[in-house]
Ligand binder design. Structure first.
Ligand code: SAH
Ligand code: SF4
Length: 352
């Protein structure tokens, strides 16, 4: 009976497997490179392994990506993938083609416990953490589906869930993605977004290989942030920015602060000025995200002029700001819209 999946195993674990089979260590390297670098998905695809060994591996170990459910293709080329990671538990990933690079947005938990007011994922209860194999497996599955080259990839850990509340599994997956012997994506091309789990940021600060840090700030005062993001009652803005100030940054890198603009809630000129003041002294850039509305949320984005005015105040205060263009809106693949449920909506093509 197949009991173990090699997708998600690190090299050390594979070495232990090889030793258990009485095989030399270098076999583990062959398997590791085959799975993560060459995207082999069956033992028959390993011509460098003896046939008898392939048969033994096949009897004990699988090479399984998370099972793909439906996929949906947006007018702008964005693709949303639904994975049913276990019966009744689904997550979504998004492939966003861009001119120079392709961006993969991946999930870390089934649902999310943090319940931010503006987020569809936050409406789903947390069912469970994803395993390292399910997290890294989303990258493998999307890359295999699109034939994307790893040197062209950006990976954003911004899908469903709060990555720093599934710390060990997320970091194990990050190591697989960034290992030069594995998927070989540069850590500078991997970004982890957190709602502000301060102990997680502190732990991340001590990692030898770190992804870029993005922080969902979304408000410039505790009063507004308490309302939008319940986590602020545990770690408020001061505690969060303090951890950000201590976060070691590589040369030329900065922390991205995401700010979802919610009409009439956090989008006033006074909010913009307060935000600029908060960020002074931090190596930052701000990513403004006009709210992606969903009927289940009952909030609206600000009108376009208001977004521009907000951005102007920030740039007058020397805050580098970009406005995130919504991608894949028509297939509910935009930020905060991932719910991990099949929708059977227009544009859906059957999964394989
Ligand atoms: N839990 C992590 C990562 C996933 S959420 C975090 O909160 O950072 C990814 C991003 O989507 C966050 O910046 C969040 O603020 C944003 N987001 C959530 N709901 C949104 C919505 N309805 N419209 C636009 N952005 C949203
Ligand atoms: Fe969870 Fe992030 Fe959504 Fe908040 S914004 S509910 S932390 S996924």
């Amino acid at each position: 009976m197949k009991t173990r999946n090699v997708v998600g195993m690190g090299l050390a674990e594979m070495e232990a497997v090889a030793a258990g089979l009485g095989e030399p260590r270098y076999r583990a390297r062959q398997i590791y490179a085959g799975v993560y670098r060459r995207l082999r998905r069956s033992w028959d695809a390993f011509p460098d392994l003896p046939k008898t060994l392939r048969a033994r591996l096949g009897a004990e170990l699988s090479i399984a990506y998370p099972p793909l459910g439906e996929t949906a293709v947006s007018r702008d080329g964005t693709r949303r993938y639904l994975f049913e990671v276990s019966p009744g538990a689904s997550v979504e990933s998004v492939f966003i083609p861009e001119e120079k690079r392709d961006t993969l947005c991946i999930s870390t938990q089934v649902g999310c416990a943090l319940g931010c007011l503006f987020c569809v994922t936050g409406r789903r209860p947390l069912l469970r953490n994803l395993t390292p194999g399910e997290i890294a497996g989303q990258v493998l599955a999307l890359v295999a589906d699109r034939g994307a080259a790893s040197r062209r990839l950006n990976i954003v850990i911004m899908g469903m869930g709060e990555p720093l509340l599934n710390y060990d599994h997320v970091m194990a997956a990050v190591r697989l993605m960034t290992d030069p012997e594995g998927m070989a994506v540069s850590p500078r091309r991997v970004t982890l977004s957190t709602a502000g789990v301060v102990p997680g940021i502190e732990r991340l600060a001590r990692e030898p290989v770190r992804p870029n840090l993005a922080v969902s700030l979304n408000a410039a005062t505790d009063e507004v942030r308490d309302r939008l993001m319940p986590i602020n009652r545990t770690w408020n803005i001061a505690a969060l920015l303090d951890a950000c100030r201590r976060f070691p940054l590589a040369e030329r890198s900065r922390i991205t602060f995401e700010y979802v603009l919610v009409g009439g809630v956090n989008d006033s000129p006074a909010d913009a000025r307060a935000l600029a003041r908060l960020l002074s002294g931090l190596r930052h850039k701000v990513n403004l995200i006009p709210l992606n509305p969903d009927p289940s949320i009952g909030l609206a984005p600000p009108p376009g002029e208001r977004v521009l005015e907000f951005q102007q105040i920030l740039s007058d205060a020397h805050v580098t700001t970009s406005v995130r263009r919504a991608r894949g809106e028509d297939i509910a693949a935009a930020c905060g819209m991932l719910a991990g449920r099949a929708r059977g909506d227009a544009g859906v093509t059957p999964g394989r």
